[in-house]
Design a protein. Structure first.
Ligand SMILES: Cc1cc2nc3c(=O)[nH]c(=O)nc-3n(C[C@H](O)[C@H](O)[C@H](O)COP(=O)(O)OP(=O)(O)OC[C@H]3O[C@@H](n4cnc5c(N)ncnc54)[C@H](O)[C@@H]3O)c2cc1C
Length: 610
């Protein structure tokens, strides 16, 4: 049997595993990725990539390729609700509601102020090949598809995994210090005794991926997701959701589509392909729709969380750690964010610069965020029923009665017209919980030993879901600002790259900068330190975006982790900045420094890096 020794073994070549691989490569950490299937996903599944994911993809060098292929901003500015799509009734296809979504194609000032990266949209079938190609380029020969993990043992030194090469039938034994389980929860969890618990049977769904020309029946070219509230089928989840998949044209002229719908669990024949297609044609209202069907797949809306994100040397990320309804697009995005959170910590521990305690902060930080994402996604799925309630639609009513409920929307002379319009508008406005949940997907905060509380009053959000409020309070993401050095303009978040810490002092905080440089030298830590202000500083706050949010005085300082999270803040100067920063980094990195400056690092240092 062939044997291999690597610091990190990644199991799974989906969004989580491939992001972990690209990140580890950019941090210089040697690793092997194995993935069971011959290729990446054959299902379009996830598609919206939020601003934080795009920041991560920018850092690892794949964002440009993604933006190039993704939906033009003008075709993903909104989401819409419609009275079905086509059919005999005069009101078929009429717009019930139209809502700005995902930062309105990067025209919403809050999204522009939050990040230099715009939200984009690219279905998983087209995204993953780009991620795979880039991961392979960064780590040639060590991103191996059609390789399945079939056995796993843990010991004091890490893990020993058995990998089957499904092309040759050969078995490989891999010893690794750490294993990242990015396998969607299929294999590693059951072996090491980590299970996912929560709500399993929320709604049973079927998805049809097809090529079809639906442009004759569609309007609103700025809409990405269409919610077909077809009165003949009783309303929202009882009808279906239509999502354009491009690839060359988007909006109403998309060549490919995915149609998601709920199906009856009590009918054993409901899932036969011919019944699914007949039901889809009926719901769309085009009985002779010509469509080339690529794939019909069934899935269950669920909300489950792993009881542990770490079991000794094994870490769980992506769907292996949490699964949620797709409403809100948090599944793939949180998989990408998990991967990034873990990888910079692994790189420092493997380099002997941080202690094992830093790895425990992965669960402490990500589990609450992923739990909140589950709750949010379930809430979003349920919130769609508000539209049915506002319209008084029900699958128990006849089609005729359901249509009659809709007509006051378009005929002021019918009784209750004004009230119904108001109720529908309110129900549509409530959907901002899903389509503008900027604070959930971008503004989430961390609490752990790698964040040092500065004793300032706890953050009380104006709107915990929708409104991201930039803040430098420890645990918050670094606010975005464009800054200049020698005339060159850069995004502040762009300086936090490749495992590098930032020490950002006010314009009179030179003592902090000196202290940080001394510490970086003494410990061999990647720390970039500078002053930032309106004048007389290393970087110039050209648009005063930093001044608005920094909260520190001209003599204060902010320490930012490599993942763009604020770890420490001092509003003013300190009597001994060197000692203060040494103790700050001890805490973040989970090490204790002796008086002579030497470090005690638990369980690290024995593993080779490239
Ligand atoms: C219909 C549908 C629609 C969705 N829509 C959205 C959406 O709009 N937005 C969103 O954010 N999320 C959405 N999701 C969820 C999203 O697809 C997942 O959250 C995401 O794919 C998780 O990525 P992952 O890398 O963690 O896992 P996966 O993509 O499941 O990848 C797991 C990988 O592990 C490999 N693997 C498994 N077992 C082994 C083994 N023993 N050895 C080696 N490799 C193994 C597999 O080959 C695979 O490559 C949707 C899901 C579904 C089903």
């Amino acid at each position: 049997m062939k044997e291999l020794n690597v610091p990190v073994l990644i199991v799974g070549g989906g969004g989580a595993g491939l992001t972990a691989s690209m990140t580890l490569s950019s941090l210089g950490v040697r690793h092997l990725l194995v993935s069971a299937f011959p290729g990446t996903s054959i299902l379009p599944k996830a598609h919206v990539l939020n601003q934080r994911s795009m920041e991560i993809f920018t850092e690892v060098g794949v964002a440009e390729a993604i933006y190039e292929r993704s939906t033009p901003a003008e075709n993903m500015r909104a989401t819409g609700w419609y009275a079905g799509m086509a059919g005999d009734h005069e009101a078929y296809g009429r717009t019930l509601g139209h809502l700005e979504a995902w930062g309105a194609g990067y025209t919403d000032p809050d999204y522009i102020a939050a990040s230099p990266c715009r939200t984009c949209n690219l279905p998983q079938i087209r995204l993953e090949p780009l991620l795979r190609a880039h991961a392979e380029k960064l780590n040639p020969g060590n991103v191996r598809f059609h390789h399945e993990l079939t056995g796993l043992k843990q010991d004091a030194e890490g893990v020993v995994a058995t990998i089957l090469n499904k092309d040759t039938n050969e078995t490989l034994q891999v010893r690794a210090r750490y294993l990242l389980a990015a396998d969607g929860g299929r294999t590693v969890g059951p072996i090491v005794g980590v299970s996912l618990t929560g709500q399993r049977d929320i709604i049973k769904m079927v998805s049809i991926h097809m090529t079809a020309d639906l442009s004759p029946w569609l309007h609103d070219d700025d809409v990405l997701i269409r919610w077909l509230v077809n009165p003949s089928f009783g309303g929202s989840w009882a009808s279906g959701v239509l999502v354009g998949m491009g690839p060359e044209h988007w909006g109403t002229k998309s060549e490919e589509w995915v149609f998601h719908m709920k199906y009856a669990t009590d009918d054993p024949d409901a899932m036969k392909d011919e019944n699914v297609l007949a039901r889809m044609r009926a719901t769309l209202g085009v009985k002779d729709l010509s469509a080339k069907v690529h794939k019909i797949s069934t899935w269950m809306m669920e909300g489950v969380l792993a009881d542990h994100f770490r079991k000794d040397s094994v870490f769980f990320l992506g769907d292996a750690a949490h699964r949620h309804p797709p409403t809100g697009g948090l599944g793939l995005n949180s998989a990408v964010h998990d991967a990034y959170n873990l990888c910079w910590k692994l790189s420092l521990v493997l380099a002997g610069k941080a202690g094992d305690g830093l790895l425990d902060t992965y669960e402490a930080e990500r589990k609450p965020v992923d739990k909140a994402n589950i709750d949010c996604s379930i809430g979003n799925a349920m919130n769609h029923f508000k539209i049915d309630q506002a319209l008084n639609l029900s699958s128990d009513k006849s089609a005729e009665d359901n249509w009659a409920e809709l007509m006051p929307l378009w005929d002021d002379s019918l009784p209750g017209s004004a009230e119904k319009k108001h109720a529908l508008n309110a129900a549509i406005a409530s959907q901002t919980m899903e389509f503008h949940h900027h604070n959930v997907e971008f503004g989430y905060r961390y609490h752990s030993t790698a964040v040092i509380d500065d004793g300032s009053p706890a953050y009380v959000p104006l709107d915990p879901v929708r409104l991201y409020e930039p803040s430098t309070r420890p645990g918050h993401p670094l606010p975005h600002a464009f800054v200049e050095m020698q005339g060159e303009r850069v995004a502040l978040s762009g300086l936090v790259a490749s495992g590098q810490f930032l020490v950002i002092a006010g314009e009179q905080g030179g003592a902090w900068v000196e202290a940080a440089r001394t510490l970086a030298q003494a410990r061999g830590l990647p720390i970039k330190a500078f002053t930032l202000g309106l004048a007389d500083s290393d970087y110039i706050d050209v648009r005063m975006a930093w001044l608005k949010n920094r909260a520190i005085s001209a003599r204060g300082v902010i320490v930012v982790r490599p993942d763009r999270y604020v770890a420490y803040r001092s509003l003013a100067e300190h009597a001994d900045p060197e000692a203060e920063l040494a103790s700050v980094f001890d805490s973040i990195l989970s090490v204790s420094s002796d008086e002579d400056g030497s470090l005690a690092v638990a369980r690290a240092g024995s593993v080779e890096l490239v």
